[in-house]
Design a protein around this ligand. Structure first.
Ligand code: 5AD
Ligand code: SF4
Length: 438
């Protein structure tokens, strides 16, 4: 048998890319590749890129610069660029970076095997089309699962066109995967030992699948998944406030397998800025939504994304954002300095001075961190469930996630990965909790 070739894959950006990378690895397995963590021994390097902010995009070019040295030593090394930068700048990458052999956009991963054969013939390959149908259709079944918690992409793309965002352009229009296929994939995953599923989509709560018996929204999909024996936990991310339907909110109240955690980005607390961002929701409607979710699930942990320094953001707008954060109380959040993305409407507007944006970023991050730590410390004394994902660094220690998605360390020498246990939280560290097995 021919010696297996080695694939080094680097994933930038969101969880969707993590999922896509896993699927690309499976596809390349069937082409005779095994993965390696050591780029020096790779026969192929795949960079699965992110285009969401300028900094994320730039990483591709600096990594390609570094790869040049490897290719000089090993001219047979194949270099592929996948993901959203590939989608947005594919032709330009090919032109500017002769060391790149392959460019493949997020909707074309089912073409990888065929593209790889072109590379084997010494040709280059580029594919950035948006095909009709399910891009995962032609990829092999998932085998190499890495633990009890798995992602399942249920929809992709976005029709919201927030004025700052490239997603509608790089991932395309909102497409939901067929329900039957998702249920089959979920059953397969659970058979392989998965106990927690995180349903993924850029606009996951806009899910509208079809099956023989009609239309499915996310709430119905969650309730059906919850019937699978052995599947203990369901999560979903990322959601848009306008798609938080009443059935989905109700599911948070009475579906025990749906975890008490919700990532619901608001981006800004100022009505003026929300309008300029084309978010199509206001500050008050967001706050009312949070209230109705907390009514059915008081202990839900909320998480959000924020952008500071959006064009035209005044001190008063920023104060509104800080005020919204204090009103809601977020257990976890991501905050970013606005980054102008070519081709988006906001990129046409005059940016605000960098030093002001830097200062706001610092302020918002310190407030969010303070909230995160205080909500984390409040967990001390509480009883939670923990799904063990790996062994800890200390002998006998297990590490897992609580129902609220906190990382928890537990001394539990007889336990194994995949155990779902009851734990009392006894301490709160900077980034994780410590617990005692009950
Ligand atoms: N600049 C800064 N942050 C952005 N995000 C999306 N586009 C931009 C941009 N142009 C942030 C949003 C989104 C998260 C995934 O990335 O907060 O929710
Ligand atoms: Fe981008 Fe999210 Fe807005 Fe869609 S809803 S355009 S993915 S920020």
């Amino acid at each position: 048998m021919a010696k297996a070739k080695k694939l080094f894959i680097k994933t930038y950006g969101c969880q969707m890319n993590v999922y896509d990378s896993e699927r690309m690895v499976e596809a390349m397995n069937s082409e005779g590749y095994v993965t390696t963590k050591n780029v020096e021994e790779a026969d192929m390097v795949l960079l699965n890129t992110c285009h969401i902010r300028e900094k994320a995009s730039e990483k591709l070019y600096s990594d390609l610069g570094r790869l040049r040295a490897f290719k000089d030593i090993k001219p047979d090394l194949k270099i592929g660029v996948a993901g959203c930068v590939a989608q947005a700048e594919g032709e330009e990458i090919m032109r500017r970076m002769p060391l790149v052999d392959m460019v493949v956009g997020p909707q074309s991963y089912h073409q990888l095997p065929e593209m790889n054969r072109r590379l084997d013939k010494g040709q280059k390959a580029i594919n950035t089309e948006f095909p009709a149908g399910d891009k995962f259709d032609h990829l092999p079944e998932r085998k190499g699962l890495r633990g009890p918690s798995a992602f399942l992409t249920v929809q992709e793309g976005c029709d919201k066109f927030c004025s700052f965002c490239v997603v509608p352009y790089t991932r395309g229009a909102e497409v939901s995967r067929p329900t039957d296929r998702l249920l089959t994939e979920a059953h397969n995953l659970v058979e392989k030992g998965v106990r927690e599923l995180t349903l993924l989509g850029q606009n996951v709560n806009a899910y509208h699948g079809r099956s023989k018996d009609g239309a499915w929204n996310l709430a119905r999909l969650i309730r059906e998944l919850a019937k699978i024996d052995g599947l203990e936990r369901i999560r979903y991310t990322t959601s848009h406030p306008n798609d938080m339907g009443t059935e989905l909110i109700a599911a948070h109240g009475d579906e025990p397998k749906l975890m008490p955690y919700l990532h619901l980005p608001v981006q800004s607390g100022s009505d003026r800025i929300l309008k300029a961002m084309n978010r199509k929701h206001g500050r008050d409607s967001y706050l009312r939504l949070i209230e109705s979710i907390r009514t059915v699930r008081p202990d839900i942990l909320l998480s959000s994304d924020f952008i500071v320094g959006f064009p035209g953001e005044t001190d008063a707008d920023f104060t509104d954002t800080l005020d919204l954060i204090r009103t809601v109380g977020f257990g976890q959040s991501y905050s970013f300095k606005y980054s102008a993305r070519p081709g988006t409407p906001a990129a046409e507007k005059t940016p605000i001075p960098t030093d002001i944006a830097d200062d706001r970023l610092q302020q918002i991050q310190s407030l969010l961190l303070k909230q995160q730590r205080s909500i984390q410390s409040d967990m001390v004394g509480h009883e939670v469930s923990v799904l063990y994902e790996k062994k800890g660094r200390i002998a006998g220690q297990m590490v897992g996630k609580s129902n609220h998605l906190h990382a928890v360390h537990v001394h539990d020498p007889d336990a194994k990965v995949g155990d779902l246990v009851r734990v009392r939280i006894v301490e709160s560290g900077p980034n994780s909790l410590g617990g005692k097995r009950l």
